[in-house]
Design a protein around this ligand. Structure first.
Ligand code: DQA
Length: 145
């Protein structure tokens, strides 16, 4: 079974983009980290897009192919009812991750549409948030097997 690790806009530049906020590590590091913590039998698929519709299509694909979703919707967190609606069609656990501590930043980052669906929300732990998200999904899915 797969765990989808979905990443929204500008996260392709992770490591280069505002490193004082997001650090120097890249999405490849996210992939390695997630693979390192996934328990036996789980396959990790790290995906990134700058396009809202692509993220929605991947969530629909996850309905068939994934047992859980870790999602950093990036700026779409604060704008996208459509991503929330897509996540509401998915039955497995969803963990929302933000690399930075969004609640310490501008007030427009304090509200998340995705949090209305997420089973867990992690902010400010850096890339460790992704690892925690994957661990939690393995735990929840294993408990139901
Ligand atoms: C982010 C926080 C968002 O507010 C921002 O738009 C991002 C990244 C984070 O990981 O800290 O692009 O989701």
């Amino acid at each position: 079974k797969s765990i989808y690790v979905l990443n929204g806009p500008n996260l392709n530049l992770l490591g280069k983009r505002q490193p004082e906020i997001y650090g120097h590590e890249t999405l490849e590091d996210v992939e390695r980290l997630c693979e390192g913590v996934a328990t036996d039998g789980f396959e990790i698929r790290v995906l990134q897009s700058n396009h809202e519709g692509q993220i929605i299509d991947w969530i629909h694909e996850a309905r068939e192919n994934a047992c859980g979703i870790v999602i950093n919707p990036a700026a779409f967190t604060h704008t996208s009812v459509a991503i929330l609606d897509a996540l509401n069609t998915f039955d497995g656990p969803v963990i929302e991750v933000h690399i930075s501590q969004v609640h310490k930043r501008e007030s427009f980052r304090h509200h998340s549409y995705v949090s209305h669906r997420a089973d867990g929300v992690i902010a400010g732990l850096g890339l460790e948030g992704y690892a925690a998200g994957v661990r939690r999904i393995c735990q929840l899915v294993d408990a139901h097997r």
